[in-house]
Write a protein that binds this ligand. Sequence first.
Ligand code: URA
Length: 274
Amino acid sequence: MSNSGSVPDRNALTATLRDYVEQLREEGLEGLPAGVRVAREAPHIETPPTPRAEAPAPISSSPEPRPAPAAAEMFSKYPGLEKTSTLEELRAFIGDCQRCKLAPLRKNLVFGVGNPNAELMFIGEGPGADEDLKGEPFVGRAGQLLTDIIERGMALTRSDVYICNVIKCRPPENRNPEADEVAACEPFMLRQIEIVKPKVIVGLGTFAVQAVLKVKTPISKLRGRWHEVRGIRMMPTFHPAYLLRNPGDKRLVWADVQEVMKVLGIPIPRRSGA
Ligand code: URA
């Protein structure tokens, strides 16, 4: 049999395949041993088998551990912030915020909603157009999917949990929040965590998770494992807006949500899908 290609051709092909596999990993496909042939579409599985042992997995450290700024450092930015002890006090402290360049562009500051004593807190990126209009996080299409995860997946209600974002004002044209905007707003999100003191945080999407964990690792590598934020377990998972574009990855989010349910002692239905 003749050789079907020159060595450089084979090297180029190998590199292309490696890039492709890496791309699939970035998109969240797991369990790809080197050299395996993979299909682009993840199979749709209504109710995937629980992928891990029944006991909740231990907390793992982030691939690039970088400690979150100490509380004192965060709060020295806004003297008095550390004295706020309820969400109402924190909201009053934030007031008619003019601390960053997003302020003049917003219709409403989107603080957060839900149970101030929630065991479960969801943290997203920042408000979109619907949220800006209503002053409430996750009320648009992505929000409806989050609500489905909470209600249909976890058998909870939105008022059982607490929902907020890293930044409280909508970036124009739904662009990513910029570093100075995050720096200005982050102390408020950290104070929300300290006041609510949830048992578990679910970080929604690359931006929120990277901002909270202070890492640059892609969400596909962070999700599915426990991390820690100020002594609280955090499970990163894909953003609902990503799931609207990639419904095949709902199975991965469902696996992450099941880990959360185990820690919270919520029974996992034998057949369910968010
Ligand atoms: N996306 C987010 O990250 N947060 C919202 O509140 C809405 C959409």
